[in-house]
Ligand binder design. Structure first.
Ligand code: GRF
Length: 216
């Protein structure tokens, strides 16, 4: 059985989408640990309600980011995960952490990367005047929100959009593409060649919405 470790900091709606996909058998895996850097992360309660082991590791006990990351890397190694899933994990990972799990960390970002990296990507899209934005699942590299892209969904920015309405619209697609990407990876269908990600036997097409989503 493939095994996931999920890192969160908050609400946990992407975590819930992944749990749902596991529960209904679309993803054949288990989550052995949900780890948070925030004590009150709602996602911890979601995980616990499904009997998933959770752990809060308090960053204030560590003198440096590197120290924190080395500590959580040791905890995570004990789980022997096939994939580490960042689901709203709001801390930049140190190079040491990324080296420890090279090629085995994925993230979801609420923009079509490389656009609008960092925080408040949806607000950035509105302020920029983009007509289209979206969400991306990508491998994590040492550059923030910039690793090889596995799947993206394009989402229109409507004239009347606020940060909240746009974020909610994008989030619906996050909940579709993240389980999809995880399923592909765990089925060993994903190959990375430089920046290019090749997914075996995925049906690709054109916009408006990535038809690869139909696979899921
Ligand atoms: C999502 O918008 C995700 O793209 C970003 O952080 C948010 C997390 O939301 N990285 P949730 O905790 O999964 O509900």
């Amino acid at each position: 059985m493939k095994n996931l470790v999920v890192l969160i900091s908050g609400r946990g709606s992407n975590l819930k989408a992944i749990i749902d996909a596991i529960e209904c058998g679309k993803i054949k895996a288990k989550i052995s640990l949900v780890l948070s850097n925030k004590k009150d992360a709602k996602g911890l309660e979601i995980a616990q309600s499904y009997g998933i082991k959770t752990k809060f590791v308090d960053p204030s006990f560590f003198a440096s980011r590197k120290g924190y990351d080395i500590y959580i890397a040791e905890l995570i190694k004990k789980e022997n995960p096939d994939l580490i899933v960042l689901a709203g994990y709001m801390r930049i990972l140190s190079d040491e952490f990324i080296d420890a799990f090279d090629g085995k960390i994925v993230n979801i970002h609420p923009s079509l990367v490389p656009s609008f990296q960092g925080k408040n990507a949806q607000k950035q899209a509105i302020e920029f005047g983009s007509l289209i934005t979206g969400c991306s699942v990508h491998f994590v590299t040492k550059e923030l929100d910039n690793g090889p892209v596995i799947i993206q969904a394009a989402v229109p920015v409507l004239p009347e959009d606020t940060e909240e309405t746009l974020s909610n619209r994008i989030l619906q697609y996050e909940h579709r593409i993240y389980p999809q990407a995880i399923k592909w990876i765990l089925e060993d269908r994903v190959n990375v060649k430089g920046r290019k990600v090749i997914v075996k036997d995925a049906k690709y097409g054109t916009i408006p919405i990535n038809p690869a989503l139909e696979d899921f």
